[in-house]
Design a binder for this molecule. Structure first.
Ligand SMILES: [Zn+2]
Length: 337
């Protein structure tokens, strides 16, 4: 994507030196992140000793919806276009994403597309070449370098710019954040469940934010956790956190347009893929894109025959296979995998 212009940017600015690549901290965000972690941990104590069951269940539901907004919404729908969604579904996913508190859909998608484009290079906003903590925490707390600002201008965002729901959220993000992220989570337990203000704040807002923000950040850093390291036997299950490894994070960076690709090391079996299938069965989600093993085999043999890049050959086969798949292939997955 935009290879020529990025090359030009690199050449024109190489003389500007390290200033061009320097990233300063966003101090209000750093302070907020420190508060989220400390007050969120205190929220665990409040949850155990005093929170009402209704507050706990409501917060768990909001946490799940916020996570879904980041994974199914931002990542699989808007960043990679692995399916298309009806307007009601886009409104629902936009509201879920607002409760994740990670910035507007537009800004997160723009950064994630640059992350893919510059994966394991210095220009990646989430430092995919460095450590897990850089990718998980530090990358999100720094301003973009002038070099990254230039690169972000070149990221193709035309699909999101023609999505009225995304642009509405971008325009009114602060208002939506205050209403759906702060007031909804704190006011509901306090006013309607009769819980204390302390439980409503520390469990409803701070503990929920701690979980949703850190899980959301994993979309960019999960490859450190679930990818294969030397010596690990690969598997497609993430049942043993940190010990069981998987090929799927690498698969995602190679072929990102697959709705079944889980963010956290799973494939086809995770909650995100199931939720998309349910929405597809309801006709709210359409054009589900996936990569069948037949397409991979044929793409590989085509790459060997022609000497062309492997990814290009596989994507070509995927397009052919998509045309051959029945529209409701997601209901009968085994037959086509
Ligand atoms: Zn991605």
């Amino acid at each position: 994507m935009h290879k020529q212009s990025q090359k030009d940017v690199g050449q024109d600015t190489s003389s500007l030196g390290s200033e061009f690549k320097k990233r300063d901290a966003i101090w209000p965000l750093v302070l907020f992140y420190i508060h989220v972690n400390i007050l969120g941990l205190y929220g665990i104590y409040v949850l155990v000793v005093s929170a009402a069951w209704s507050t706990i269940l409501f917060t768990a539901l909001l946490t799940l919806l916020g996570t879904m907004g980041s994974t199914v919404g931002v990542h699989r729908l808007w960043a990679h276009g692995t399916f298309t969604a009806s307007k009601p579904l886009r409104v629902f996913l936009m509201l879920c994403q607002t409760t994740a508190g990670q910035g507007s859909i537009y800004s997160v998608v723009q950064a994630h597309r640059l992350h893919h484009e510059k994966f394991q290079q210095d220009e990646d906003p989430y430092y995919s070449k460095h450590s897990f903590l850089y990718a998980q925490v530090r990358g999100g707390l720094l301003k973009y370098s002038p070099q990254q600002e230039e690169l972000l201008k070149d990221v193709d965002m035309s699909d999101l710019e023609s999505d009225s729901i995304v642009m509405f959220q971008k325009r009114f993000y602060v208002l939506l954040y205050i209403f759906f992220n702060i007031l909804l989570s704190v006011n509901t337990p306090f006013q309607y469940f009769g819980d204390t203000l302390s439980a409503s704040m520390f469990v409803g807002f701070w503990l929920r934010s701690l979980i949703v923000i850190n899980v959301g950040n994993l979309v960019n850093s999960a490859h450190f956790v679930w990818s294969i390291h030397k010596g690990f036997k690969p598997t497609d299950s993430n049942s043993i956190f940190l010990i069981t490894k998987s090929y799927w994070p690498q698969f995602h960076y190679l072929l990102p347009r697959d709705y079944q690709s889980g963010e956290f090391g799973d494939y086809a079996s995770g909650l995100g893929a199931s939720v998309i299938r349910v929405f597809a069965a309801l006709d709210w989600a359409k054009d589900l894109r996936t990569v069948g093993s037949v397409a991979v085999r044929q793409g590989l043999s085509r790459a060997v025959e022609t000497g062309r890049p492997i990814v290009e050959c596989i994507e070509e086969q995927v397009r052919l296979e998509e045309n051959a798949l029945p529209a409701n292939h997601f209901l009968n997955r085994e037959k086509f995998m």
